[in-house]
Design a protein around this ligand. Structure first.
Ligand SMILES: NC(=O)c1ccc[n+]([C@@H]2O[C@H](COP(=O)([O-])OP(=O)(O)OC[C@H]3O[C@@H](n4cnc5c(N)ncnc54)[C@H](O)[C@@H]3O)[C@@H](O)[C@H]2O)c1
Length: 326
């Protein structure tokens, strides 16, 4: 089968494309290689993929109308995995326009390209646990109302879900939205806590601990996430009337970890103690993310197996190797 993966130079996109290539699939990946974080890291990820013969990389911005349709005409993919986005809750306070361009205009262009494609049967796209915003009931369930976002990032991800639902209703498109819960692992993102903490602890710099450490996150290891993404892309196209062809799934670990335990796992893996600066809650952040994963477990057999005590040392080892730290 052939797949089109957007955001293939990103953390989750690269691992997803790699898994498919290892299985012998044909993958065409698109990414704008924007400089939200270190472009060199994105290029290194692409280099990991171009080592496989079944891979083609195209540099391009999804916010540009027409780019995807042209690519689909050439490649004729059967399945599409849309992971490109402007991520990050905190940066959405600084640069809101980037979120509208990549997450709203980009998502619309994906929907339009799939709508007019005569080859793509099914679309799996990235949403986020941040859609649960100020939701207080735990664990977060797909049945919960999600109309209280607390960041523009979350609002764009929720808007993506609504746009997708509308396209399924109007055009019968088969789609699955995946609400990711804090993903970590090798080749991770430099703007996220595992990287920021590991970097600071190894350099002997202090780390900022928000809400005085009183936070919990449903950290999910990248290999577990990729199994869920690939299962969501490979599922039989959804049938039924209109919007029944659109489904959202939580994809998390179903095991929230205390921020302080997470820091301890990094301390253990680096063999160093962190100097902690305790700070209040940041605007736009949420206290706890905790996924109910019954639905994705039942439908797609998703069952994460990697604990922090296994996953964090793998990340730290990769980080030290990449940065030449012994
Ligand atoms: N990593 C997480 O914990 C997490 C949590 C919730 C949701 N998500 C979502 O999962 C998806 C993948 O996240 P990630 O962690 O791999 O992020 P990432 O930033 O590493 O990857 C996203 C990639 O998309 C590319 N991109 C951005 N805008 C683009 C555009 N307009 N055109 C083409 N390419 C563009 C970027 O260059 C980047 O390589 C995103 O949609 C993100 O919002 C991730």
């Amino acid at each position: 089968m052939s797949y089109l993966v957007t955001g293939c130079a990103g953390f989750i996109g690269m691992h997803t494309a790699k898994r498919l290539l290892e299985r012998g699939e044909r993958v065409v990946g698109i990414d704008s290689l924007n400089d939200y974080y270190e472009v060199a890291l994105k290029r290194e990820r692409v280099a990991e993929l171009t080592a496989s013969t079944g891979f083609r990389f195209v540099e391009g911005d999804l916010a540009e109308q027409g780019i995807l349709s042209a690519l689909m005409g050439e490649e004729r993919p059967r399945r599409m995995i849309h992971l490109a986005a402007q991520p990050g809750v905190r940066y959405s306070l600084e640069n809101p326009h980037a979120y509208i361009q990549s997450n709203i205009v980009g998502h619309l262009n994906v929907l339009e390209a799939v709508r007019h494609s005569d080859t793509v049967e099914h679309l799996a796209y990235a949403s986020s646990s941040s859609v649960y915003g100020a939701n207080e009931a735990q664990p977060f369930s797909e049945e919960d109302r999600v109309d209280s976002p607390v960041s523009l990032y979350a609002a764009t991800k929720r808007a993506d879900e609504l746009m997708s639902r509308t396209y399924s209703h109007l055009y019968g498109m088969s789609q699955v939205g995946l609400r990711f819960f804090t993903v970590y692992g090798p080749w991770g993102r430099p703007d996220m806590a595992p990287w920021l903490f590991t970097k600071a602890i190894l350099a002997g710099d202090p780390i900022k601990v928000f809400n005085h450490g009183e936070m919990r996150r449903d950290f999910t290891y990248i290999d577990d996430i990729v199994s869920g993404v690939v299962a969501a892309a490979d599922m039989p196209a959804l049938r039924g009337e209109g919007a029944e062809r659109h489904r959202v799934y939580n994809i998390g670990n179903n095991r929230p970890e205390r921020l302080m335990d997470f820091i301890e796992a990094i301390e253990a893996a680096t063999g160093r103690k962190a100097e902690k600066i305790m700070l209040p809650m940041q605007p736009g952040d949420v206290f706890e993310t905790y996924a109910n994963i019954d639905r994705i477990g039942a439908d797609l057999g998703f069952a994460p197996t990697t604990s922090l005590s296994e996953g964090i040392p793998r990340f730290v080892e990769w980080y030290k190797h990449r940065h030449g730290i012994t």
